[in-house]
Structure formats: C-alpha cells, structure tokens
Design a protein around this ligand. Structure first.
Ligand code: FES
Length: 130
C-alpha cells in the first residue's frame, strides 16, 4: 500500500505541479516545444479516461431509448407497416429486420455493422420465388 500512497500523495501532485500549464490564455501561445511535449501524456490520459467513460455510458455513440428498436425509420407514423405484392418480387427480395437500413424495407447490409458493434446476430428476411 505504501507505493500507492506515495504515488497518490507525492509523485502525482509533484508531476501535476510541474506541468507547464500557463496562467493566462495567451500563455498557451508562448509555450515551447518541450512544454507541449510535457503536456502530451496527461492530455492523452485525460482523453483516454474521457473516452472510456463516454463508452461506458453511451456504448453505441448515443443513448438509446429503452425498449425502442426503431431509431429512425418513419418515426412520424404510429406504426410502420409495409405491404409488397408477391408478384412485384422478381427472383428474390431481401427485407431488413434490424431497422438500421437506409433503404427501408429492404436490407442494405447495415445489419453487419450493427452486429459488429453490438454483438447481435440479426439478419434479413430473404423471400425467393421457387
Ligand atoms: S440492413 Fe437490416 S437486416 Fe440487413
């Protein structure tokens, strides 16, 4: 425990005290190359901590409303319903089931990125003529 206490009570405060942080906004423009170099590790550590915290609370880049699957398709409608005549399908049609496509109701492959990002395993519905 002694090394941790020394790190927190002595080493880290000394390190932070000796960082070349200017007292005024204009001081940033007077920093030399070595000063900027000294600021790289704490800036990288702060950026890493911020990124990890952000990912912990917003794992997909933005908060998802709970219980909502559809994030963007026809959100003005109370219910998304699509009707396609079977005669209009030539050989096959591939329909989206992940709600991430930009070509609703057809699959555009966006489920691949969704699955990779979330660990999900969704895929399209493929309708074929015999
Ligand atoms: S894009 Fe949604 S299932 Fe392929």
């Amino acid at each position: 425990m002694q090394p941790v206490a020394h790190l927190v009570k002595v080493s880290l405060p000394n390190y932070l005290t000796n960082l070349p942080v200017p007292d005024s906004f204009g001081g940033w423009f007077r920093l030399g190359f070595r000063d900027w170099l000294a600021l790289v590790p704490p800036t990288a550590a702060l950026a890493g901590f911020t990124y990890v915290t952000y990912r912990a609370f917003c794992p997909h880049g933005r908060p998802q409303p709970s219980g909502t699957v559809n994030q963007k398709i026809l959100k003005d409608n109370p219910k998304v319903v699509d009707t396609i005549d079977i005669e209009d399908i030539s050989e096959k049609a591939v329909f989206c089931r992940c709600w991430k496509t930009k070509n609703w109701p057809y699959c555009d492959g966006s489920h691949g990125a969704h699955n990779k990002e979330t660990g999900d395993n969704v895929g399209p519905l493929v309708v074929k003529k015999k």
